[in-house]
Design a protein around this ligand. Sequence first.
Ligand code: PEP
Ligand code: MG
Length: 878
Amino acid sequence: MELKDLLGGKGGNLAEMARLGLPVPPGFTVTTDACRAYLRTGDEPFGLGDEIDLHLERLEQQAGRRLGDTVDPLLVSVRSGAKFSMPGMMETILNVGLTDTTVIGLAGQTGGDERFAWDSYRRLIQMFGRTVCDVPGERFDAALDAAKAAKGTTDDLGLDAGDLRALVETYKDIFTAHTGRPFPQDPREQLDQSIRAVFSSWNAERAVLYRRQEHIPADLGTAVNIVAMVFGNLGADSGTGVAFTRDPATGAAGVYGDYLANAQGEDVVAGIRNTVPLQELATVDRRSYDELLTIMARLEEHYRDLCDIEFTIERGKLWMLQTRVGKRTAAAAFVIAAQLLDDGVIDADEALTRVTGAQLAQLMFPTFDLSGRPERIATGVAASPGAAVGAAVFDARRAADVAAGGTAVVLVRRETNPDDLPGMIAAQGILTSRGGKTSHAAVVARGMGTTCVCGADGIDVDVDARRFTAGGGQVVREGDVISIDGTTGSVYLGALPVQPSPVVRYFEGTLSPGADPLVAAVDRILGHADKVRRLAVRANADTFDDAARARRFGAQGIGLCRTEHMFLGERRPLVERLILARTNEERDAALADLLPLQRADFVRLFQAMNGLPVTIRLIDPPLHEFLPPLEELSVKVALAQSRGEPDGHDRALLDAVQRMHEENPMLGLRGVRLGLVVPGLFAMQIRAVAEAALACREQGVAVSPEIMVPLVGAVQELEAVREEAMWLLSSLGVQARIGTMIEVPRAALTAGEIARAADFFSFGTNDLTQMGWGFSRDDVEGAFFTRYLELGIFGVSPFESIDRDGVGRLVRIAVDEGRRARPDLHIGVCGEHGGDPASIHFFHDAGLDYVSCSPFRVPVARLEAGRSAVAATGSDTR
Ligand code: PEP
Ligand code: MG
């Protein structure tokens, strides 16, 4: 157990500072163990009271003051402090120890500063009342406002000692009226009740919500820090401040901070008065300033990282109240890690643990400049990050036309389907009102790196009328410009200014690492990740452009080419001919026409990858997905009939759609099933791969093809395809590895048998999650995942991050049994999880050889693969 587990972040760091001999006010920490026991039983654990007695006595000795002393009273602060920072979520009570008698002593000790003493007392009653006894805070606020109004002032400082003394009486009355008992005059009782209130605040609603959001375990509990009060509001030689040992926004070296003279910490937080830059402290109190700088350097040396601190100066004496490794922006995280590496403070492995894939991903998106406070008209699922501005267009074909004319467009649909692809490719961004993170729009958009907001159900899309209506009544017509933020899910009216990402410019080769400290840091740290990672990183790519970009981004091959994407656009009539074929000859003729097109596609992919492995997956979706929707065709045929127009082709299509209709197409005639039912289909694709390989060889381009069979559930399915493929390949003199996706649970459970017929496995975790959980991947996220997340059934969608216990278990079984049957089995993953940081760590642990993800995720996957390789040596990956 770490110090932080028991003492919380704040307590652990206070203890550490005390150990370093830094000026920390005396105090002690009640452990998280005690909190957990309290939360379990509703009572203090046995012996806690005695321990508090003991430590309080020590504290009193160190401070030279006693709690409750009428002449020189000790006051303490009682603060929460969990293992993971939960800013402002739990409670703090200051000035504990003040009573009707000790307040007089305090005034005496502060040189007769009665105003200060009464102000401190009224603050205690207010905080104690609200936090410990649930007295509504507004009652106290109203009384304070009334006192100020009576005095004709708007500032707290306008109230003198007499006013505050009267206010204390009012506060005490409020307390009694609400609780039915007087404000406790026994300081020890105040302390005990405060500690209990801090324990209980672990389970306050906002804390519970925050933990759920941040994936902080619910059973950690909080520690409680009891520390002697020091005061920054005792005059001009006192003050308080916050500081960072480096700039937390950019990572630049140097000391940054704010100072407020004659004030307490909460005044800084509340923004009651304006702070001054820390450097100004040098002119007011040079000694304290120099001491502070020395301490900050010492802290950075000790923690070997950016630290943030809170301090107070009480009558010229500097006190350190808190320190922790400071939060920072994504850019600062990279810059600081590289700087510390350069300075020899940390080694390269540790530098890798200081950054995350999520931070790198954040740095790769263009962003909106929101300084003009634009109006947000809707919010949806942040499906594919980025900032897109364009004219709203409600039809994919028109979107492609408008974009071809040079106008940026945002394609707006209720949901998208493969037919929309040309418009999706042409659009800057995609907005849908239905579907979740694994809907067609989301998956395709992420694959292309196109910004996408989906499932914005607050908007009503009327495709026919070419407009949508937002929840606030705003109507966006075709051609109106909108801005969508795929990182936050926000939709805005009008064109917001966009800032491009320097990191992407670097990957694209248009910005050199030397040109920008952030880019240099990314280059350095990613270079080390490449050196240490065991997992190879491939890309999911179906086009030359995607493949070429993936290579620029560092992909080591293609792990998934979805060949069905090559059946779209102008090739659709050929696919229709294939579906409508009534004789073997008609079918063979349609396939023969498709062959050269597929061959050309594969040639381009092989050229882009130039010898790196290219995994070509045979067609997966049901064929009727390539036909127009049933409703659309029915209307078309009915209209043609009513007008007496010829409808032969459409009627034939309609018959085919009706014949092939499936209630559950995801569980229907797709993947290997289709290949075994439609003669010649897979053979045409395999021939195209082989002929493309031959053509490339002739051009001197090295090729390394892999043929992958989708949706296999039984080894017999794979064997049937493999046999035909082997025969075809050998007749053409081409070698290719033949493997299978593992995406049906039965395949995972019979992986030992399936491995006999497979050179490689690639986990299709999208389908494996769909079929493992029984969740329809296109529907559930929008339908009820919000409720599931609220209920804590899972902390994150299993379509986003691998469900280690369930779906992950299927993966482990398949890896173990597959490798046992065939030790040289090459194993990867090509579902969406291949680009998800947490899942990549799982795949590393599970012993996979590679992950494959969309081109834009490749750098993130490289970084996380490196992080998972060094995580085994003990880093914190949270
Ligand atoms: C998968 O199921 O994870 C996969 C990669 O295949 P697709 O998404 O095309 O079904
Ligand atoms: Mg699949």
